[in-house]
Design a protein. Structure first.
Length: 325
């Protein structure tokens, strides 16, 4: 068995950096058209990604999250990892199951294609290893839903277990209003009597906290829990008539910003290990990294979670309509 990768066990409730919005020119985060280089060419996005990665590491971020479908995110990350600098403690996660099809176009007819077949796993694992090699610590099935063959394909399970035996943690990510059911189904998957998936990455934020109980179960079973979209694709960043009465006073009292408060709410969930920031500028990242210093007592955290939450179906319908920009 390969040497075990750096561990996040001693770094629970920490910020990680997700590269979904840095590895490709288009994404669904609102406002990013004002934050990225003019033209968003490959070289410009490469320089921006390396700059944000440097900034993140210097400020204590150690988990970095990519995917095969994030354009050139794995490539940019691999270049940064192999630039000759010493960066102990880095943990790298990536994902397979979506293929990037936009050809570096923001308004492509189709940005990515989902396929959880064994053939896609073989192809994308080989692609990830070419770029990341032994730096790949965590490999996740991308955006599993209850109908995904990743939950039922026994031959695929055996192949994933073989990867785990090499020292790579195997996990899933989830999306959609049925995240909780998907997480619980994944926890039931085993190979040779041992649980297969040891990491779960899911959407949790103040507008969509419904996966919380299932994530608590996953954490209790020994899985690492990673929170994505804690800022709801930019919806929890800027003042808004609905947010202001709740987030406004907390941001003012803590002398921070809406994004820091929203990330702090995710960090303070007792089952969360890593909360991903999706910053595309160093200024955004600095604002995000104020979150760990914020303490939200029950009198503040409780109302934020209960009063801002939307029905899951409504939240995911809204998300599905967000434009790529």
């Amino acid at each position: 068995m390969a040497t075990q990768p750096p561990s996040l066990d001693s770094a629970q409730h920490q910020i990680g950096l997700g590269l979904a919005a840095l590895g490709r020119p288009g994404y669904i985060t609102s406002g990013r058209e004002h934050d990225l280089p003019t033209g968003r060419g490959v070289d410009a996005m490469r320089r921006r990604t390396h700059k944000v990665l440097d900034h993140a590491y210097e400020r204590g971020v150690r988990y970095f999250d990519a995917a095969r479908s994030y354009g050139r995110a794995e490539e940019f990350l691999a270049e940064w990892l192999n630039d000759g600098s010493e960066r102990p403690g880095v943990v790298v996660g990536s994902k397979w199951g979506y293929t990037y099809t936009a050809d570096w176009q923001i308004e492509a007819e189709q940005q990515e294609v989902k396929d959880h077949s064994s053939a896609t796993y073989s192809r994308q694992l080989a692609e990830s290893r070419i770029l990341l090699g032994s730096r790949l610590n965590l490999y996740q099935v991308h955006s599993v839903t209850t109908d995904s063959p990743a939950l039922t394909d026994v031959s695929l399970h055996k192949r994933l277990a073989a990867l785990a035996a090499e020292g790579v943690t195997v996990g899933i990510t989830t999306s959609g209003p049925d995240q909780a059911d998907t997480i619980r189904a994944a926890l039931d998957v085993s190979v040779g009597g041992a649980p297969l998936f040891r990491s779960v990455q899911a959407t949790w934020n103040l507008l969509e906290p419904s996966a919380g109980p299932a994530l608590a179960e996953a954490h209790g079973s020994g899985c690492m829990v990673i929170i994505k979209e804690a800022l709801a694709n930019g919806r929890l960043v800027r003042p808004d008539a609905r947010l202001d009465p709740l987030l406004g006073p907390v941001a003012e009292a803590t002398e921070t910003s809406y994004d820091a408060v929203a990330l702090a709410a995710a960090l303070q969930q007792p089952w969360s290990d890593v909360v991903l920031a999706g910053a595309v500028t160093t200024g955004q990242l600095d604002s995000n990294l104020r979150a760990p210093a914020i303490t939200l007592g029950p009198d503040r955290l409780g109302p934020l979670v209960t009063d801002l939450a939307e029905p899951p179906a409504a939240y995911w319908t809204h998300r599905s309509r967000l434009p790529w920009n």
